[in-house]
Design a protein around this ligand. Structure first.
Ligand SMILES: Nc1ncnc2c1ncn2[C@@H]1O[C@H](COP(=O)(O)OP(=O)(O)O)[C@@H](O)[C@H]1O
Ligand SMILES: [Mg+2]
Length: 501
């Protein structure tokens, strides 16, 4: 079990920086860039003396400050020094910056929390030389008294897909400059929905999925219900939006049950309307054929044949189309790359599981934090729930009425405890129990029989044991392998290939 040391949550102001166009600068003159980068690092270190400069990212730094004004002063000082520097590079070094205030946890020399992610988003959207400041930082400074000039940039959505939020640009004396519009989600074509909760962790997974999308035109994220396929797909789509000039579009198949409606659902999501006298599929293909776009086909499992048919037709007719599907099992068409979404239990991912628990706990108990009394218990809860995000969210929601210790105790009977999910969620998502039922209902009768029998193994099993125990009327011993293979394909049984002693 993961045991974070030195856990402490505080309200901090973060300043993240990034050199604009650094790849180009490296390619143009690596020697000049190396020298300039060293000078850049010095300038930022000097500017951030009042804070904790805790990370170098290669193209920039991450720093934390106790006082919002200290972060803004550091950003202004850095921008002034960067502007004054006679750079050896072909073009001067220009640095984009984001400043945001939020609660974060500090452990082992690093900071954790969604505030860091938010700061990175603000920085991403800025142009070289620009300092973008969140509303939460803006609210904590008094422009007149603190001598800070904040210009209102209006409301924007960023790639973290949160609701529109007001952001500001800091004016810096002597460096007045007009910047192009902020590089926020507003500048892209997309129907990706606002996410009401924060996205947690998964940086390695996002990088892998993004890389796969560059290599393959059909990537299918598989895994058990609630493991985070949809959330990861939507986030990966947002992250890669720059690669698709005609946008990123989400087709949600979860709400429909009739295979005949798949095409209509896709067309509607892409803003394509029926035309009299022509099959909708032809209209759709016509409209898309010269576009470069990413379509997320979400929750294909219950309509797998129809989803596969549509995917195949569209991929053939639209060369600029990339598809990212989520499904318990693959679509089974040529060129498909399957990628299994891991739960939050691998080495290093436990910290994400705990962050997710804390984030969701705060929604029902503002101010909830990990401390000496709760850290171990929360770690135990996350481990008990196999690191499944949906289960963790449901458990955290119980803090409305229970203490963490009580939640941990009641997890002995986890399916009974987790019956109080959100009323607005789809019934399938309402509880872990419903998630499991739903997965189960999609199986053929003989697979259901095998799965029921496998449930006698509490802590996993070997194939030989499964054959021994589960083969028997109505199942043929010889058929157990086939059925088991299908249960593995549909993510209801996972293979653990670590050797057992
Ligand atoms: N990385 C994550 N950060 C925050 N919440 C997550 C994350 N992954 C999953 N969740 C949440 O867990 C729940 C289940 O995730 P979802 O993507 O719907 O699973 P699946 O599509 O595999 O059934 C959702 O409420 C989702 O928002
Ligand atoms: Mg899903």
């Amino acid at each position: 079990v993961y045991l974070p040391v030195n856990v402490s949550a505080r309200l901090l102001t973060f300043l993240f920086t990034d050199i604009e166009g650094s790849t180009r600068l490296w390619e143009a003159d690596a020697d000049a860039m190396r020298a300039s980068l060293a000078r850049h690092d010095e300038i930022l270190a000097t500017a951030c003396v009042d804070g904790d400069l805790f990370k170098h990212t290669g193209d920039g730094v991450c720093a934390a400050f106790d006082a919002p004004t200290a972060a803004l002063r550091a950003a202004a000082a850095a921008q002034r020094a960067l502007a004054d520097e006679p750079w050896a590079t072909a073009d001067p070094i220009r640095v984009r910056m984001g400043v945001h205030t939020g609660e974060a946890e500090y452990r082992d020399g690093d900071y954790f929390g969604v505030a860091l992610n938010r700061t990175a988003r603000l920085m991403d959207a800025a142009h070289g030389g620009q300092v973008v400041v969140s509303a939460s930082t803006g609210a904590l400074v008094d422009p007149a008294a603190d001598g800070v000039a904040l210009r209102d940039l209006g409301e924007h959505r960023f790639k973290d897909l949160r609701e529109r939020e007001r952001v500001f640009e800091m004016g810096i004396d002597g460096l007045e400059r007009a910047f192009p519009p902020l590089r926020s989600l507003e500048t892209y074509a997309t129907n990706l929905p606002v996410q009401l909760t924060s996205f947690v962790g998964r940086s390695a997974e996002l990088a892998e999925v993004s890389a796969l999308l560059g290599e393959s035109r059909l990537v299918t994220l598989t895994g058990v219900g609630g493991v985070g396929k949809t959330r990861l797909a939507v986030q990966a789509a947002a992250e890669t939006i720059d690669h698709y000039p005609d946008g990123v579009w989400l087709v949600e198949l979860a709400p429909i049950t009739d295979p005949g409606l798949v095409l209509g659902q896709a067309a509607a999501a892409l803003g394509v309307r029926e035309e009299p006298g022509r099959p909708l599929e032809d209209v759709l293909v016509d409209r898309l054929h010269d576009r470069t776009l990413l379509v997320v086909l979400d929750n294909c499992e219950h309509l797998i044949d129809e989803a596969a048919k549509l995917a195949e037709r569209l991929l053939r007719a639209v060369p600029g189309l990339t598809l990212l599907a989520t499904s318990r099992e693959g679509l089974g068409i040529g060129g498909e790359r399957l990628w299994q979404v891991p739960s939050l239990t691998r080495q290093g991912a436990q910290a994400d599981a705990m962050s997710l628990f804390v984030e969701r706990a705060r929604m029902v108990r503002p101010g909830f934090r990990l401390d000496a009394d709760t850290t171990d218990t929360v770690a135990a809860i996350c481990a008990r729930l196999d690191g499944i995000p949906l289960a963790i969210e449901l458990a955290a929601a119980r803090l409305r009425v229970f203490t963490v210790t009580q939640v941990a105790e009641r997890l002995g009977d986890r399916f009974r405890l987790l019956t109080g999910g959100s009323r607005t969620a789809l019934p399938r998502q309402r509880t872990l129990e419903a998630t499991m039922d739903w997965s189960y209902d999609l199986l053929a009768e003989r697979e259901q029989t095998l799965l029921r029998r496998l449930s006698v193994f509490a802590g996993g099993f070997t194939f030989d044991a499964a054959e021994e125990v589960c083969g028997g009327d109505p199942l043929d011993r010889a058929e157990v392998l086939d059925l088991l293979t299908h249960l593995i394909d549909t993510s209801l049984v996972t293979v653990d290939d670590t050797p057992r002693g």
